[in-house]
Design a protein around this ligand. Sequence first.
Ligand code: ATP
Length: 191
Amino acid sequence: MSKIRTAIFGGSFDPIHNGHIALARAVRDRGLADEVWFLITPLNPHKQGKQLTDENLRLQMAQLALAGEEALTASDFEFSLPRPSYTINTLDALEKAYPGREFLLLMGADNWYKIDKWYKSEEILARFGIIVYPRDGEEVPPLPPQARWLDSPLYDISSTEIRNAARTGADMSQWLHPDVQALINQENLYK
Ligand code: ATP
């Protein structure tokens, strides 16, 4: 029996926004993977020192945003791993925990260009499929055979912009699932 192909979309998701969701839908709808797991990063090795919202709240926001989305799931898998968990360690642990699945790594073209700086990047490339998506309108980078290009829509939004806007009281609800916006209001986040 062939394995379920699960794309891993790691990020802070502080908060999850419509750009993230559109990207994951594109992975699913274009058949690059059977499902997408949003792995909420408790502490990102590349963003050390950055103040993050409590991980359980970030998880809750992702769960709310993805509740009606087929094959898109919020995951707390990294919460129980030693921190910070480098990508190869997370993929290793996922493989052990879910033998019925084949994991693919979803990453932006900006990160793809820096992959040689990642911890054990050669091993990642040797063992896992990669799906690369455009960031900032970059051209398709040269890709090895195990990497696929996702020609996905670009949404000009980031979580940083949403947090900054929330601080000034600006309305960012067009970028957020209504239940996520409601939780942000209720918990008084990003003030
Ligand atoms: P921050 O502004 O806090 O760095 P972010 O939204 O850029 O947040 P993460 O929350 O870490 O990033 O999201 C995970 C990944 O989602 C990022 O590595 C980034 O490549 C991708 N991403 C972020 N914004 C968009 C967008 N508008 N469209 C497509 N992908 C995005």
